[in-house]
Design a protein around this ligand. Structure first.
Ligand code: SF4
Ligand code: SF4
Length: 428
């Protein structure tokens, strides 16, 4: 279908068609410039090129068709929302985090300017009526992670039905476990009420399997990047991770496994992207919601590959699986808590587990250095950089902290800093 044919659907969703056209054109141009100019891409990326070309078209039509069939669509902003419970209630979850500079002026008509661009971007998509995912949602689910998010959800509730989960910040206490488990149970009830479907043991087990399979496929792709030369660019791998929040789960898993097959073969044949004599960088820090490709594209434009992402759009999402120890509903819910409280977002305190994970990952992926991403005004990741830097230094891995937003003004300055950083690194 063409954009003209989709226009009726976008109008029915309440989008501002004029603005939305500008967004789609900018997205297509940005994608073409950054992704389609890369050399020696895996053939399996063809699927993801297709998905992005239809990200506001075919995928939205699938969601709209589900809604017409009486199913519900849930939007979420954070990894802590247990998607297993959404799918067990026969609903669909989509990620709503914003990675576009485009929607920020709309957000700033309501919100203060000095909050993180990710929050402003998603809020701006709703206020400006430019995101068909947002407008497809029957409910959005927030969480009490950072101050910016939790306060913005209060304002967002004036625009769309919003439910907020309480996420305890001191995770390793009995009180925290009790609170978090009760929040998971409340969320289960919430999904049952919204969908009219009772979540039974079997449907929850099947949803756990579904999401675990998706994460295993993503982990397979990630694992191939330990090789030198890396078989896939960081930019392409980032895109796969970003698409995991939007695409149909079964189809995404199938296509990601196919990509992993190809990457494993590439490794066996010694085929890769980039120059293996160059240093390898790992990315760590704030999430890069689609279409935020800024830091990856800057780093890789210098000829240095990004080989891993310690981030929510990255390892924090797919590393751990939900692994029930028993068959009762209580065991299943406890397994969900066990997996989710392990995510180690910088909003936790203390958060030494994340610091250890960053160091371990840098070693596992043979990273010569780490680029630590702080989205402007994100205090949690910014302050936690102190501990991460110290631990990486002790392990002999240099770190470069980059604090930035979604604008293009600082691109050249960041490129110069990345070049200076990688010049002093030796290849691993
Ligand atoms: S960084 Fe923290 S708050 Fe943000 S999506 Fe990840 S877990 Fe959620
Ligand atoms: S990047 Fe930081 S400030 Fe922004 S939403 Fe995530 S935790 Fe909050």
């Amino acid at each position: 279908m063409t954009n003209q044919q989709y226009a009726e659907m976008w109008k029915d969703l309440g989008l501002n068609l004029e603005k939305h056209d500008v967004l789609l054109n900018a997205l297509a141009k940005g994608y073409g410039d950054l992704f389609m100019t890369q050399k020696n891409r895996p053939a399996g990326m063809g699927y993801f090129d297709f998905v992005i070309s239809e990200v506001h078209g075919l995928r939205i039509k699938e969601l709209v068709d589900r809604k017409k069939a009486g199913k519900k669509i849930i939007g979420a902003f954070c990894l802590y929302v247990p998607e297993e419970l959404v799918y067990a209630a026969d609903a669909t979850m989509v990620g709503l985090c914003g990675g576009a500079d485009f929607s920020i002026p709309d957000a700033e008509t309501v919100l203060p300017r000095n909050i993180c661009p990710l929050v402003k971007s998603f809020f701006g998509f709703k206020v400006g009526a430019t995101c068909p995912y947002f407008n497809s949602c029957d409910m959005v689910v927030g969480e009490t992670t950072c101050d910016a998010k939790k306060k913005v959800y209060e304002v967002l509730a004036d625009y769309t039905p919003t439910y907020v989960m309480e996420i305890p910040h001191k995770v390793d206490t009995e009180q925290s476990k009790a609170l978090w488990l009760s929040e998971i149970k409340l969320f289960k009830q919430q999904m049952e009420t919204l969908t009219g479907n009772v979540i039974e043991k079997d449907s929850l087990k099947e949803a756990i399997r579904l999401i675990n399979e998706k994460k295993k496929a993503m982990k397979r792709v990630s694992d191939t990047r330990r090789a030198s030369p890396t078989p896939i660019s960081g930019l392409d791998a980032l895109l796969v991770n970003q698409m995991s929040f939007y695409d149909d789960v079964n189809r995404f898993t199938l296509k990601t496994n196919e990509l992993a097959d190809e990457l494993e073969k590439r490794n066996a044949d010694g085929v890769g992207v980039g120059d293996p004599s160059k240093p390898r960088l790992m990315f760590s820090g704030c999430p890069m919601a689609i279409p935020n490709w800024k830091l990856h594209s800057i780093i890789e434009s210098t000829g240095v590959p990004v080989v891993a992402e310690e981030s929510c759009i990255g390892s924090r999402y797919f590393t751990d699986l939900v692994e029930p120890k028993g068959d009762s509903m209580d065991s299943l819910l406890e397994a969900i808590w066990d997996r989710y409280h392990n995510i180690s977002c910088a909003c936790f305190t203390p958060n030494d587990d994340r610091v250890t994970k960053v160091v371990d990952m840098a070693k596992e992926y043979n990273a010569s250095g780490v680029v630590y991403n702080v989205l402007q005004y994100c205090h949690t990741y910014n302050i936690e950089a102190i501990k991460v830097d110290k631990a990486l230094k002790k392990a002999g891995v240099p770190m470069l902290k980059v604090e930035t937003d979604y604008g293009s003004e600082d691109v050249e300055q960041i490129r110069t800093r990345v070049e200076a950083f990688t010049e002093m690194l030796s290849p691993v």
